[in-house]
Design a protein around this ligand. Structure first.
Ligand code: NAD
Ligand code: MG
Length: 382
């Protein structure tokens, strides 16, 4: 795979996806071999050739050297801060360590923070950029499929607290996103599948044709053939960028960013129950959650059974987790329901869910009976 991607990098033209927001606009650049060209790509969009690269130890070993070389070649003054890999780094403690390191090294108001890594590094470094000196320029170089199609677009940054995930944070838009698909060559297959869940989610929410494209090309995306991989990243990013552009601050309670939570209410409950310990990746939980959201929509009479069957077939044929039993863990309906009701206000035993009227037709439903959700969980063997 690496050889194929390297060969492709030579003649692959990066795709540029403009994200136009009210007060800021930037490009998401998608392609192979972008890290080697990062210096040239970033020089025109950054206010100053001073940057601090924040990355995790795993990514530092793999992808920091070519980035440093490229930035150095373009005359950048670069410092680096390395954090441990894993969700634990999205903490107040690590936030403190990173800001201390940056302030100690000397930071100017126009110094850019570059996040090199997955969503964890992106969220942490983004929040560091949003808050240090009340806001520093920020660049994302996402190195996981999930961060390329999801977390690097949209401007949400933040850290976790013991009260829950992402409870402290800020909206802080990047000056540029470089989604270098070459970096995915070193990513474990399991992480690729996790990112793929968020890709098909885009089709399931609002683009039936994109889901049909995934049915045709999903297997080659998962085996990392460069062309379909770049196309999938581009289409999923474009979808998210369009949603985010219309609802930058998640103010719309109907359509808008809320729809991006399709599959996430079930998914979060599974994740929360296992305690984010690596047994179930976020994308794996979302993959199952997507099927459960369709199942619930069918049981409530909103969605044809055929669309649920189509989704189940696609998940199963690509080796994606589809059923709660695919986790290999046992869950009780009651505890899962408690996770779902905890972060949501229940009104008269009714819950708010993102449901579907079919593939590509997601909507917000405010009166889902708790009993219907319980019935779905019991049907799944909980
Ligand atoms: P991650 O950042 O932990 O990366 C997964 C693992 O892969 C890590 O161990 C990392 O070291 C390793 N890795 C990263 N790139 C690699 C590469 N190219 N080769 C080999 N290994 C590599 O996890 P993630 O799935 O990218 O992100 C998850 C985080 O993203 C969560 O904290 C979630 O809350 C957040 N998120 C944020 C948003 C948002 O809008 N801001 C959206 C979705 C998810
Ligand atoms: Mg998600």
């Amino acid at each position: 795979t690496t050889r194929v991607i390297e060969a492709l990098a030579l003649n692959h033209r990066p795709r540029r996806l403009p994200v136009a927001l009210d007060r800021a606009s930037y490009d998401v650049v998608i392609g192979a071999g972008l890290i080697e060209r990062a210096g040239a790509l970033l020089a025109p969009v950054l206010p100053q050739k001073r940057v601090v690269v924040v990355t995790d130890a795993t990514v530092a070993e793999l992808w920091l050297p070519p980035l440093l070389e490229s930035l150095g070649d373009s005359g950048f003054h670069v410092r680096t801060v390395v954090v441990p890999p894993g969700e634990k780094s999205k903490s107040l403690e690590e936030f403190g360590r990173v800001t201390d390191a940056i302030l100690e090294q000397g930071v100017e108001r126009r110094t850019t923070i570059i996040a090199l890594g997955g969503g964890i590094v992106g969220d942490l470094a983004g929040f560091v950029a949003a808050s240090t000196l009340r806001g520093l320029p920020f660049v994302q170089i996402p190195t996981t499929l999930l961060s390329q199609v999801d977390s690097s677009v949209g401007g949400k940054t933040g850290i976790n607290t013991r009260w829950g995930k992402n409870l402290i944070g800020a909206f802080h838009q990047p000056a540029a996103v470089l989604a270098d698909i070459s970096t995915l060559a070193t990513l474990p297959a399991r992480e690729i599948r996790a990112g793929y869940a968020e890709i098909i989610k885009a089709g399931l929410i609002g683009d039936e044709r994109f889901f049909a494209w995934c049915e045709m090309h999903g297997a080659t995306v998962l085996s990392q053939e460069p062309e379909p991989l770049a196309e999938a990243v581009e289409r999923a990013c474009a979808f998210k960028a369009a949603v985010v552009t219309k609802d930058e601050f998640e103010r719309s309670s109907e359509g808008g960013r809320a729809l991006l939570n399709l599959g996430h209410t079930f998914g979060h409950a599974l994740e929360a129950e296992l305690g984010y310990d690596g047994r179930l990746l976020h994308g794996e939980a979302v993959s199952i959650g997507l099927r459960l959201a369709f199942l619930l929509s069918v049981r409530l009479g909103y969605c044809p059974q055929a669309d649920l069957d189509r989704l189940t077939r696609h998940l199963e044929s690509t080796g994606m987790p589809a059923w709660i039993s695919d986790t290999g863990e046992a869950f009780a309906a009651d505890t899962l329901l408690r996770h779902m009701t905890r972060d949501k206000k229940m009104h008269d035993g009714k819950l708010t869910f993102i449901l579907v009227r079919g593939i590509g037709r997601a909507f917000t439903c405010r009166d889902v009976p708790e009993a219907a959700v319980r019935a779905v969980l019991i049907e799944e063997g909980c």
